[in-house]
Design a protein around this ligand. Structure first.
Ligand code: PEP
Ligand code: MG
Length: 360
């Protein structure tokens, strides 16, 4: 850990001796995974796969998938994306060398993937042979007034299960490949986003398990893995007891959980929240430090109900709050197992976790 040499490195060693919370990183590129490890991350807590889909060479296939009017059209696009995803995951697994990696299946606000410019429509038309006017009509049909509350997260997986099936296949193919190449088996934790009901998670877990079994049979090798979910909607927190029947872990997505609990858009909050903090309505910016009375109460309820169903359920946090010292103190108090923060905040999280443990 070259960046953490000298006195700071010593301080980190002391912190690691006393902290109870594990510290992971939010990362989706091999470079970020390397940085995370240099800073002492003990795994990946959130790999946002939608970020992988924006890459210049892939976005046309992604647009093709979104704009396809039927399953066959989507599958044709997914076939192009499978090898790309497989190598994305293989690179990450290799860097993380046997540490747990939580990979979140696709959670895009759909509008970010729709073509807008003429040239973008033209590219999809060229790749698919579909008439450009037809593509425009399809894009108009898919327009949403409120994409953050729209067709995103597992809702996409429920309506188009073949997308999650492709991603799960890529994860397990990559895991087997890396296990064979390096002799160290990766630990994939497949995470389903924006779950509100237990049934959603059960349906999506079945898709993941089926893909896993198919890959293991083809390759003649099994990999241990977990399927779990994010808790980022108040309904999911309240129904955590049932949701834990299908999920081996919960990761609190406190960005969305704050947005949906407070009814405040995470993208527009800055316009008025400063005044709210100045006037003492919220003690701190709730998108930075967990709003302990509201969002925090839901985290407590979900942890309690999840554990009542599944005492060994693994609990973590991967919203921005996972790198905020005051929020980390709260996570210690609730007894979460790990926090996950952006790579450069990993040292802060290690220190904050140690301070929280000492205080406890
Ligand atoms: C969250 O909602 O807290 C989260 C980690 O997911 P994202 O920020 O990608 O919506
Ligand atoms: Mg989220």
């Amino acid at each position: 850990q070259p960046e953490l040499a000298g006195d700071f490195g010593t301080l980190m060693v002391w912190a690691d001796r006393v902290r109870r919370l594990r510290v992971r990183a939010n990362a989706e590129t091999p470079a970020d995974c390397r940085t995370a490890r240099e800073f002492g991350a003990e795994g990946i807590g959130l790999c946002r796969t939608e970020h992988m889909f924006f890459d210049g060479s892939r976005i046309t296939a992604v647009r093709q998938m979104i704009l396809a009017s039927d399953e066959a059209g989507r599958r044709a696009a997914l076939d192009k994306l499978l090898p790309e995803q497989r190598s994305d995951f293989a690179e990450i697994f290799e860097v993380m060398a046997g540490l747990p990696c939580t990979i979140r299946l696709l959670d895009p606000p759909l509008h970010e993937f729709l073509p807008h410019e003429d040239a973008e429509f033209a590219e999809v038309a060229k790749a698919t042979g579909i008439d450009i006017e037809k593509l425009r009509r399809r894009a108009a049909e898919l327009h949403e007034f409120n994409p953050m509350l729209g067709h995103r997260g597992c809702r996409l997986g429920v309506t188009y299960p073949e997308i999650y099936e492709m991603q799960a296949r890529a994860i397990f193919e990559a895991a087997v490949e890396v296990a064979e190449k390096t002799g160290e088996a990766p630990i994939p934790e497949v995470m389903i986003p924006l779950v509100a009901t237990a049934k959603e998670l059960k349906l999506m877990k079945a898709v993941v398990d089926k893909a896993a079994e198919a890959v293991f049979a083809e390759k003649g090798r099994r990999i241990d893995y977990l399927v779990g979910t994010m808790i980022e909607l108040p309904r999911a927190a309240l129904r955590a007891g049932e949701i834990a029947e299908a999920g081996a872990f919960f990761s609190f997505g406190t960005n969305d959980l704050t947005q949906t609990t407070l009814g405040v858009s995470r993208d527009d909050a800055a316009r008025f929240l400063t005044q709210y903090v100045e006037k003492g309505i919220y003690a701190r910016d709730p998108f930075v430090s967990i709003d302990v009375e509201g969002v925090g109460e839901l985290v407590r309820i979900a942890a309690e109900r999840g554990r009542a169903t599944r005492p060994d359920i693994k609990l973590g946090i991967c919203g921005e709050h996972g790198g905020d010292p005051a929020s980390i103190a709260f996570c210690e108090e609730v007894g979460l197992d790990y926090v996950s923060a952006s790579p450069y905040r990993v040292p802060i999280a290690r220190l904050a976790a140690a301070q929280a443990a000492l205080k406890a």
